[in-house]
Design a binder for this molecule. Structure first.
Ligand code: AMP
Length: 193
């Protein structure tokens, strides 16, 4: 089971990716999580990407694609993976396609949620983190979130067409509850990987 989750920030990709990873027994690969842990560890990569992430900008295609290539080379991906947050540009999608070759993706799931709802969700996410005593993500504030949405519209949205033309795109209304969205996704996928 080799899946990509597409959708704007706050659409619920992480939540659904985790469920799919548990269901198909494959790893959940979130490039955002990988990068945040590098920043936290203060690694060279972390220092390289920190400012761009904080500003809601994408890091360059070459850097992120080599991070993903390294992760996909690990043995736990033999039966597949759930990619969350990658690819985010057409260049990244081309790189992934070349890497996977004929044994390509099973499907690409696009979660759509309108902007007003995304703003509500992101505010809720920051409030939840605050009341749990955790620090809210630096890029979960309104100005940066607006920038992330803009970046999504320009750089990432074209991937819907990219994958639709390959017959891989499954579009799901992401406004429902997490359980309902998960059920809609399940309707389109095989019971077992
Ligand atoms: P996310 O948690 O997926 O929203 O990612 C958080 C941030 O990490 C993004 O705003 C980007 O700065 C960076 N990032 C994550 N994935 C990618 C990617 N595929 N290409 C470029 N930048 C990325």
């Amino acid at each position: 089971m080799k899946l990509v989750l597409l959708g704007p920030p706050g659409a619920g990709k992480g939540t659904q990716a985790k469920r799919l990873a548990a269901r198909y027994h494959v790893p959940h690969l979130s490039t955002g999580d990988i990068l945040r842990s590098e920043v936290k560890a203060g690694s060279e990569l972390g220092r390289l990407v920190e400012d761009k992430m904080g500003a809601g900008k994408l890091i360059d295609d070459e850097t992120i694609s080599s991070v993903v290539a390294g992760r996909l080379a690990q043995s736990d991906t033999v039966n597949g993976f759930i990619l969350d947050g990658y690819p985010r540009t057409v260049a990244q999608a081309n790189t992934l396609e070349q890497r996977l070759g004929s044994d390509g993706l099973t499907a690409v799931i696009e979660l759509s949620v309108d902007e007003a709802e995304l703003f509500d969700r992101i505010q809720a996410r920051a409030t939840e983190a605050g009341s749990a005593g955790a620090q809210a993500r630096k890029d979960d504030n309104t100005a940066i979130f607006r920038k992330r949405l803009q970046t999504f519209a320009i750089e990432t949205k074209p991937l819907s067409e990219f994958y639709a033309s390959r017959g891989l795109l499954i579009q799901i209304d992401g406004r429902a509850s997490a359980d309902e969205v998960a059920a809609h996704i399940a309707d389109h996928l095989p019971k077992h990987g």
